[in-house]
Ligand binder design. Structure first.
Ligand SMILES: [Fe+2]
Ligand SMILES: [Fe+2]
Length: 242
């Protein structure tokens, strides 16, 4: 793990082959007294992808972290699970510095928000569609309302079996190692008990079943540590808890 900003403790670490977790700890706030983290994932490949840009106010920090691995100007895709500030707040800042970059999201997000608010047209993904970055082949899954947002969906890297699971398994707190194999379900369920960010739609169980069937080895969580282990079992445990 490398700290890329000494003031904020923004850091970057490789968590799977060619996949880097960028994380910025946030100080305590009234809603989250133990603090929080915003993570982004950089996939280094012929066509580099950033999954989540982070909020607009973190743009200089996220850019600085990317630049420690590859020039941010070379980004090709800016992936997002659903339209919220921590997912895509600095999309236009990144489009401004990376001339070949394009937002990448589900077709609902493209239609509802991204093609209006982003300065460049999005590459829309259909459920089950695969995009190749070079070595990494990423499959898109539509997961409406899981955990929230009609436009929600996830990318799964079939090459490293990494699921970019966004807000699933959100862990509170500001201090998290980049990649762990210990318990993340307990902390995330404890947070959900205080602050339920799930929509609890009727097909939540079926969608989690689809994600489990990918048999991920790494869960690239957006808040907290990334996790390594039997992803299918952990996702089914989450589904049972919901
Ligand atoms: Fe969210
Ligand atoms: Fe999030």
């Amino acid at each position: 793990m490398k700290t890329t900003n000494a003031q904020t403790n923004t850091n970057i670490a490789e968590i799977a082959d060619g996949i880097y977790r960028i994380s910025t700890p946030l100080p305590p706030n009234p809603a989250l007294p133990g603090g929080f983290t915003f993570n982004q994932y950089l996939v280094v490949d012929d066509e580099p992808l950033l999954f989540h840009t982070g909020p607009r106010k973190l743009f200089p920090l996220v850019r600085e972290a990317i630049d420690s691995v590859i020039p941010a100007t070379e980004l090709r895709y800016l992936g997002l699970s659903h339209f919220e500030a921590d997912e895509c707040g600095s999309i236009n800042e990144f489009l401004g510095v990376a001339p070949n970059a394009q937002p990448l999201c589900g077709n609902i997000a493209k239609m509802v928000s991204v093609d209006d608010l982003a300065d460049r047209e999005a590459h829309g993904m259909a459920d089950g569609e695969v995009i190749s970055l070079g070595r990494h082949k990423l499959r898109w899954f539509d997961t409406p309302h899981l955990p929230h947002g009609w436009d929600c969906g996830y990318l799964f890297d079939e090459t490293t079996r990494t699921l970019f699971c966004g807000d699933l398994f959100t862990q509170p707190g500001a201090e998290h190692a980049p990649l762990i194999d210990g318990d993340i379900l307990g902390p995330s369920e404890a947070m959900r008990a205080q602050m339920d960010y799930y929509a609890h739609a009727t097909n939540t169980g079926a969608l989690l079943g689809t994600l489990a069937a990918c048999e991920p080895k790494t869960l690239a969580c957006m808040h907290g540590s990334a996790w390594s282990g039997d992803g299918a079992a952990l996702i089914r445990e989450l589904a049972a808890g919901l």
